[in-house]
Design a protein around this ligand. Structure first.
Ligand code: UT7
Length: 378
């Protein structure tokens, strides 16, 4: 028995931006981007919100677009049967309510509880791990007097509009990111193992290698003396919140902001993140295998976070695996953070690379520094 993946879907914005087009914005080339990252184009939202993309992915995963639930043989699910929505994003459309609550409302999932989870690019793997733990714990209550919510079927989503927090004049970062959403439906089944093991992990980002400060653009009414008298007279007055400088200092971004860059933009030390990523990916794969008592020979496919094709190649070499063991979907999408793993999983199902009974590992790493993996039987 266990938490089984029974539906999957993805949602992508319409606009496709090529490397050649990016070369009109920053000093770069298709040759540099494709040879260093494997990326040739990425989807960018112009009109679509994070929630729009998530809705498309979720409807597909629920089997509401007329095609079944995205996994062969899975019929559509009823709205009232979903009792949990976990939404992973670092680019929500709103701070309140949560993206999960907004998605719940749009889809009419009236029996679901919902919350967001931010673990950067590892968000979807964290969300699946947490969902599985909640489900397993709630099973202990079935038929008993237990004092917890009961979870039987959940919608787990990763959706991002990274284009909103990308500095489009920074060639070190802007060539890497894209927008999109992926979703899965998971269901507790008594006759299948589903998720066999999971591993979520944190290191410290001691050098601020991957950060993005939050931008709050409202005026601040207070100073060290209390209510600011000038502001009380004229609420249109723009007063800076003195703590913002401390946030920037904590994140090591003061210099960039001073140079006139957008404050709320991803800043990255690519080489440091690259080094962390290759090792984190490898370690997470080995950890879930050990926890499951399995070896790499038991695994049919690895579905990794899509940050850079070279990171996947590095991990493949370290693990002694051929690239055919990995689903690689980076060429026309780039890195869309928490959306990458579920979208890539959908690609694998769509191309028939996952058959019933196959053992699959999803693995991710990201800012924080977070990393993690989930091993399941399809
Ligand atoms: O989800 C997790 C988030 N991020 C990641 O996982 C990213 C991890 N890091 C990476 O993928 C790679 O480090 C990058 C793709 C970001 C960069 O590749 P790299 O091979 O590490 O390049 P580099 O930073 O060492 O830069 C090499 C050169 C530099 O020029 P000089 O100093 O050698 O003259 C850069 O200024 O390439 C230059 N460069 C570019 N040139 C053309 C950096 N970005 C570009 C660009 N186009 N877009």
């Amino acid at each position: 028995m266990g938490c089984c993946i029974v539906g999957c879907g993805k949602g992508l914005p319409a606009l496709d931006v090529t490397n050649d087009e990016l070369a009109q914005l920053v000093e770069t080339s298709d040759e540099w981007i494709s040879s260093r990252t494997g990326i040739r184009s990425r989807r960018i939202s112009v009109e679509e919100t994070s929630l729009d993309l998530a809705e498309v992915a979720a409807r597909q995963a629920l089997g509401w677009d007329g095609e079944g639930a995205g996994i062969q043989g899975q019929p559509a699910f009823a709205a009232e049967d979903i009792d949990l929505v976990v939404f992973s994003t670092l680019t929500p459309d709103a701070l309140l309510p949560s993206s999960a609550a907004l998605l719940r409302r749009r889809l009419g999932l009236t029996n679901a509880v919902s919350f967001d989870l931010n673990a950067a690019c590892s968000g979807f793997v964290y969300s699946l791990s947490v969902t599985e733990a909640l489900m397993a714990a709630s099973q202990a209550n079935v038929g008993g007097a237990g004092g917890r919510n009961h979870y039987h079927r959940a919608l787990v989503v990763g959706a991002e509009r990274l284009s909103r927090i990308t500095n489009w004049s920074d060639r070190n970062t802007c060539v890497l990111f894209g927008d999109g959403a992926g979703a899965v439906v998971v269901e507790w089944r008594d006759d299948a193992p589903g998720i066999i093991s999971s591993y979520i992990h944190n290191d410290d980002d001691t050098t601020n290698s991957l950060v993005c400060p939050a931008a709050f653009d409202s005026s601040f009414a207070f100073d060290e003396q209390g209510v600011n008298a000038a502001f009380a007279q004229d609420p249109a007055l723009l007063l800076a919140d003195a703590s913002l400088a401390r946030v920037d200092e904590e994140l090591g971004v003061a210099e960039g902001v001073a140079a006139g860059e957008p404050r709320q933009a991803i800043r990255m030390d690519g080489q440091k993140v690259f080094k962390f990523a290759g090792n984190a990916l490898t370690n997470a794969v080995l950890e879930v295998l050990e926890r499951a008592g399995l070896t790499l020979d038991d695994i049919a496919l690895i579905v990794p976070h899509q940050a850079n094709e070279r990171i996947i190649k590095f991990a493949a070499k370290k693990l002694g695996l051929g690239l055919e063991k990995f689903q690689i979907s980076i060429a026309h999408r780039g890195n869309s953070s928490a959306a990458c793993v579920p979208m890539t999983l959908c690609d694998a199902y769509e191309s028939g690379k996952i058959a019933p009974g196959d053992k699959v590992i999803m693995v991710a790493f990201g800012a924080g520094l977070t990393s993690g993996a989930v091993l399941y039987e399809a």
